[in-house]
Design a protein around this ligand. Sequence first.
Ligand code: EPZ
Length: 416
Amino acid sequence: MDTIHICGGYRLDGEIPIHGAKNSALPLLVATLLAADVSELTNCPRLSDVTASLAILRHLGCVVTQAEDRVTVDAAHLRCGHVPDELMRAMRSSIVFLGAIVARCGEAVLTYPGGCELGPRPIDLHLSALRRLGVQVTEEHGRICCRATRLRGAEIALPFPSVGATENVLLAACTAEGTTVLRHAAREPEIADLCGFLNACGARIRGGDSGTVVIEGVPRLHGACHRVMADRIEAATYLAAAAVTGGRLTLTHCPALPVSPVFAPLEQAGCVITATGDSLHIQAPSRLCGMGMVRTLPYPGFPTDAAAPLLAAACVAQGTTVFVETIFENRYRYVDELTRMGARIRVDGRVAVVEGVDALNGADVACTDLRGGAALLVAALAARGDTRITELHHLDRGYEDPVGCLQRAGASVCRR
Ligand code: EPZ
């Protein structure tokens, strides 16, 4: 079993290149299914969730090649529209295959996606939106069967701006007959990235970043090349890592705007963040101040995925920080691990009150989920002594080579 060893107390100082975004790459890979053609993604991160998506594409009959950050998908000959349970369970976002497969094949049979680590994650919004587009959905024995002889554009209003449901509607509506208007859609930057790729494939989508998306159906799509946007959550994690060590970092290949919702709490803690071109710079004070109240919200609010690494930084701030999680029910499982390192955190439902302590102590800890794992990395960088982190498969889902990135910025870290 691999372990990450960190000897805390070293100031980060250097440059970290930000990889392509997991949460953009996954729906983009699904979107390559829509055209009976070849598509290419560059800046695609090397992550286990990407490997799981490629396995599903191969199972469906696509010819997939991956070299460095370049993935080519030839979806000319699909074999079937069924995704077996073991592939569905590998990751939550496999549910986004539903809209694309039904659009391309007229039938999709999937099982419920895996993972329940953040509390219940229903798919009712996905299914009701697809029904509005003319998909017949039946659920039996844990299988979801979707059929549509013809998809038809529709007016759809989501009760909550779900990222995955928005992606499923986009994928299903591109080649539907007529126009779809999706209101209260998610506005996360990854949605605009998906719309950019789909439009490059010949789709006609407007308003991908506005909350009201208009999709005029076209008869078919063709393949296209696309560069995956930078990972704003990876960027937020390294900003927190710089902050917690009193360090100074430059993040390259990282436009500021998508990351900007995390700036306010870091600035309140005393960090100075500046942007030049596609680089972000952070200079942290020798001791952070409390960050006040951090409430997670859909974009452009503070992202739920960045709360865990910032919470870890708040553990050694002078003062109190209150985190309020409004997106997921159970996102504080990693807090027990931080407590083992000496953090003072009280959790009550969706609220975590963090009272900063003078120092954390190294300990043996285990990742409980992807972003919880990122929180442990951040905490360990500031802790006195050695920390050993296990259950790294969670981190491998969403961070490409975090050990190499942190080493190059001056951290004492290795994986063995
Ligand atoms: C995406 O998940 C991301 N995953 C998540 O990142 C991210 O935390 C989340 O969006 C919010 O930004 C990917 O992009 C692969 P949602 P998704 O549908 O699409 C409820 C990470 O760490 N809901 O916007 O699953 C749901 O239970 C991951 O990288 C329903 O009730 O998020 C949740 O409370 C974790 N019914 C809320 O909406 C539905 O049908 C937000 O979910 C769908 C969602």
